[in-house]
Design a protein around this ligand. Structure first.
Ligand code: AHM
Ligand code: MG
Length: 334
């Protein structure tokens, strides 16, 4: 007898079920999430083949079949842009891979309610060594009038205006996790049927965790208060059971995913050479801040709530601290 539970809801079935509970919903957001799920499946296929690049051809070259091999991040970007352009729910996109936003400007897109900001393949420097990587996205309701092309203002909204945010992790399993104000749900790709299946319903992050994730190599580059907090994580005389465990993959999606499930804190502080840190506010920080808050955690830039920051320009960077409520409150004492 098969041990796989075929009664489990697929992503499509889940979004339809959600629609049934809210009869006034138009279904546009559901369709958008399904479009992103489709891009994720295509990216997943290519990510799985990454180790074969030497056999099948180098990025930018022609492979043995005479096909042009695209770099994975370019491929992923094209897939995301493609599904959103051809869908009916998105008026335009901003991508970490592209200098400027893309306004779709056709009659269907101009009538769409949403714009999407994404990092198509985060942690792509990890591909060559077979480490999990991901796609990150945030969905905003546009502020410009529907019926016309979307505008720059639609893409410069604070993260609190997101209606949904999520990520795909290409790991030992491929998962799509997304949050709306109704909660956070995780879907694992069942390769045998090619569907994302609800595997982690209503994710809540533990209030206290024992994992801290930070690039220790930058220790002497951090502000003294951050150094003190990190040192404190390593001390044994803690009321909440220290020392904590240090885990840092260097792939934000993987580090945040693990901490979301197990409880923990993830930090990318500013450094002496990077005054605003490394991570991008619109493509990386805002989606994860939204997800972690909807799961019961917190996210700040060290002072301000990430979701309240008014972006001034695309590709803006921000220091980023996110995770379990208890650990974030502990950090705030520093
Ligand atoms: P990328 O968008 O160029 O891939 O960079 C973002 C990645 C994150 O996934 C990760 O958290 C961070 O860079 C790691 O940076 P570092 O190697 O400096 O610790
Ligand atoms: Mg990135």
């Amino acid at each position: 007898m098969s041990t796989i539970n075929r009664q489990v809801l697929t992503l499509d079935e889940f979004t339809i079920q959600q629609l049934r509970m809210f009869p006034k919903a138009t279904g546009e957001l559901s369709m958008l999430l399904r479009d992103i799920g489709r891009a994720a499946k295509r990216i997943n296929v290519e990510v799985n083949k990454a180790g074969l690049v030497d056999i099948l051809g180098e990025a930018g070259n022609t492979n043995v079949q005479g096909e042009n091999v695209k770099k994975l991040d370019v491929f992923s970007n094209n897939q995301m842009v493609g599904v959103l352009r051809h869908g009916i729910s998105c008026a335009g996109i901003g991508s970490e891979e592209m200098d400027d936003v893309v306004v779709f400007d056709d009659p269907v897109s101009n009538d769409s309610k949403y714009v999407v900001l994404f990092d198509p393949l985060d942690g792509s420097s990890n591909i060559d060594v077979n480490v999990s990587i991901g796609t990150i996205f945030g969905v905003y309701r546009r502020v410009s009038p529907v019926g016309r092309p979307c505008t720059k203002e639609d893409f410069l909204q604070p993260g609190v205006k997101q209606v949904a945010a999520g990520y795909i992790i290409y790991g030992s399993s491929t998962m799509l996790v997304y949050a709306t104000r109704r909660g956070v749900n995780g879907f694992t790709l069942d390769p045998s049927i090619g569907e994302f299946c609800l595997s982690h319903p209503n994710i809540k992050t533990p209030e206290l965790g024992k994992i801290y994730s930070v690039n220790h190599g930058n220790f002497f580059e951090y502000d003294e208060r951050i150094q003190n907090y990190i040192t404190n994580c390593q001390k044994k005389d803690k009321t909440n059971g220290g020392p904590y465990t240090q885990r840092y993959i260097g792939s934000m999606v993987s580090d945040m995913h693990r901490n979301l499930i197990l409880g923990g804190i993830f930090m990318y502080p500013s450094t002496k050479s990077m005054a605003t840190g490394k991570l991008r506010l619109q493509y990386e920080c805002n989606p994860f801040a939204f997800i972690i808050e909807m799961a019961g955690g917190k996210a700040t830039d060290g002072v301000n709530r990430i979701l309240d920051i008014q972006p001034e320009f695309l590709h803006q960077r921000s220091p980023f601290f996110a995770g379990s409520k208890g650990m974030m409150e502990e950090l705030e004492q520093y």
